[in-house]
Design a protein around this ligand. Sequence first.
Ligand code: KG4
Ligand code: ZN
Length: 353
Amino acid sequence: MLVLGIESSCDETAAAVVDASRPVGKRILSNVVFSQWDAVRKYGGVVPEVAARAHVEKIDPVTAQALDQAGVSVADLDGIAATTGPGLIGGVIVGASYAKALALGAQKPFVSINHLEGHALTPRLVDDVAFPFLLLLVSGGHCQTLLVRGVGDYQRIGTTIDDAIGESFDKTAKMMGLSMPGGPAVEQLAAQGDDRAVPLPVPFKGRAGTDFSFSGLKTAVRRAVESDAGHRPEDIAASFQRVAFDSLIDRTRQAVQATDGPLTALVVAGGVAANQTLSVKLQALGTELGLRVVVPPLALCTDNGAMIAWAGAERLQLGQPEEWQAQLGVAPRPRWPLDPDAPGSTGAGAAKA
Ligand code: KG4
Ligand code: ZN
């Protein structure tokens, strides 16, 4: 089961080939990611139009490289999967149209993939994780806990009422004049600081419910940055990171307790999952709750093509190839919640994923 996956929903142009018939650890034949970091640094963030143009330039060479490194041709593939949302619509259109054209030309099944489903199923690509598991999805555009009951069967447990946690790392980095993307820059600086030096409120800690909030913390960080108390930047970074993760862990504990029945694991996905301090805190939570914790390798936490290829393979394995031809008609969409029944889902912040 050889699947090509294409991802272009934010600022990464990515393509990968996955062989789903191989055992864990041997499935990724190639995983090529072109990150538009130069542009992101230049403009201080992702500019949708700039990102879309870069996708147009890179999609063909990145895909060619992924096929080449895997040693396969389009004719060898069992399917072609692409992100069709949610995300920055210009980029999504580029990747989805390219993948559809490739599929149509080669008469291969096309699989439309929700970017968030790609993150949600990644733990099953790299490890033997059975359903149901609790997913903590932490990225630049999302901060959610989801009960993953099966492929396409998701129940949202908690979500952010304002900013996503990755966004709060990016905004903190910006306020402190650090380089973008903000997450790795804040993590690096925080490693040299005292995480108790700057008093900051822990959002929602101890409150009933499962939702997250990070906008109050952002304001508190701004005050600390602008104050004349003489806080060292590394102490602000360390204190922000501790408080943000204390809140995240508290809400995740509530989410585990809010789900009925046994869970096989607590899995984390999205760009913020690359953070080593978060990984340590999640392991401690897993020990406390008697729950296995799965953190995918760094390169699979941030946006990539392998997660889309794998989600495509999971879907192809469940369905008849004929019905996938109909997916050529699936239109790209900027918003696409994994759990459409969750309150407020249609409006839930999905401009980025
Ligand atoms: O999932 P992702 O690659 O892209 C989308 O948001 O779609 O996540 C990117 C986010 C950014 O906000 C970035 O600052 C954050 O993940 N991030 C991190 C780290 N690496 C990336 N946040 C905290 N610590 C990190 N090491
Ligand atoms: Zn993502």
